[in-house]
Design a protein around this ligand. Structure first.
Ligand code: ATP
Ligand code: MG
Length: 327
């Protein structure tokens, strides 16, 4: 970005004149990080004690016209670039790790969001794990077991596409699934959800204390938008594979799911491991919110490239000198 461009921008802002559209590419990396922090904050629940789902919109707060498309695309590209730059330091420093959990109703856009938001990241520094119905082997263990095996190593970003939160979602909505979990009968009481919330809170606290920061993304799609996307999945032959009768059946439990989401967010959103309630009716907007939330979480780590000692630096220069001296 040229300095001239930035100065032009700020003088226009000061004079209040709007001679052309806001030029997002003129922002410095620090400005992008600052904006990401402020932007993502409005969707961040923090301490969830007073959380109510109805306070959060499924729609972006702004209307986008066709004209805005390139700007939205550019905003995401810039966010992805900033995220990749931070991830490079995370990897080099090899101390912290970040776990990003995605939860949502079907067709809310989890897969697309993961694909686009992580598109600029070095694949070596990122691990995506999807959690479907548990296998027999998984059901022979406690509910966190299968997820623990996929936690990100130091220096890495781990993405969970669904997670242990299904244990207080689909398992809560369908009592039969809980019954099939092979738990000792006397442990299945009316307190089980409260107990699971507590276990999850403690688990995330434990991870945080060990250098793995956990953030949780709820893609908040409306029932109306889900219907539209389901119909598209039937009408578009390339999308047929994405749709099943099971998805349509789960839609019938919408209210129960919303209740379960509200309860779990209220009980597991904390300052250190917050939930983000991302308006998901507009996919592009949702992706920008997600990129911002990840940038913010990485920025909080105050990452730095490892410092090289004076001795090591002198050694590197000696090596360089001998390389240059080669015939
Ligand atoms: P897609 O966007 O492709 O539909 P998906 O994440 O919905 O992706 P599916 O294979 O359709 O993947 O569904 C996985 C299913 O597994 C979900 O319905 C989810 O609720 C269920 N599931 C995940 N974890 C558990 C669990 N612990 N117990 C029971 N069911 C689970
Ligand atoms: Mg599905």
């Amino acid at each position: 970005m040229s300095k001239d461009k930035r100065e032009k921008n700020s003088s226009e802002e000061q004079s209040g004149q709007e001679t052309h559209r806001f030029d997002i590419s003129a922002l410095s990396k620090k400005e992008i990080i600052d904006r990401s922090r402020k932007f993502s904050k409005q969707y961040c629940v923090g301490n969830g004690a007073d959380f109510r789902l109805k306070d959060y919109d499924t729609k972006a707060g702004v209307e986008f016209s066709a004209e805005d498309k390139p700007l939205v695309k550019e905003a995401l590209e810039i966010g992805v670039e900033a995220l990749a730059a931070l991830q490079d330091i995370l990897y080099a420093q090899d101390r912290w790790s970040l776990l990003v959990i995605f939860q949502a109703m079907d067709a809310a856009g989890k897969d697309g969001a993961i694909k686009h938001v992580m598109s600029g990241v070095n694949p070596q520094g990122c691990q995506v794990s999807s959690f479907k119905s548990p296998s027999n082997e998984e059901l022979d263990h406690d509910f966190l077991w299968r997820c623990q095996k996929h936690l990100p190593e130091r220096g890495r970003i781990g993405i969970f596409n669904r997670s242990y939160y299904e244990e207080v979602l689909v398992v809560r909505v369908h009592e039969a699934i809980l019954r099939a979990q092979k738990l000792p009968e006397k442990l299945v009481t009316k307190d089980i959800w409260e107990e699971r919330f507590k276990d999850i809170r403690n688990f995330e606290k434990y991870l945080t204390r060990n250098g793995t920061i956990v953030i949780k993304i709820f893609l908040n799609v409306s029932k109306k938008e889900q219907k539209k996307r389901f119909i598209q999945r039937v009408d578009d032959p390339d999308k047929n594979w994405k749709f099943s009768a099971a998805d349509a059946k789960e839609r019938g439990y919408w209210k129960d799911y919303m209740y379960a989401y509200e309860e779990l967010i209220r009980n597991t959103s904390t300052e250190k491991s917050p939930w983000y309630i991302v308006p998901a009716d507009n996919k592009s907007f949702a992706r920008i919110v997600i990129a911002s939330a990840i940038i913010h979480a990485l920025d909080e780590m105050e990452l730095e490239y490892p410092k090289v000692s004076k001795e090591k630096l002198a050694e590197l220069h000696e090596i360089k000198a001998s390389l240059l001296a080669e015939e």
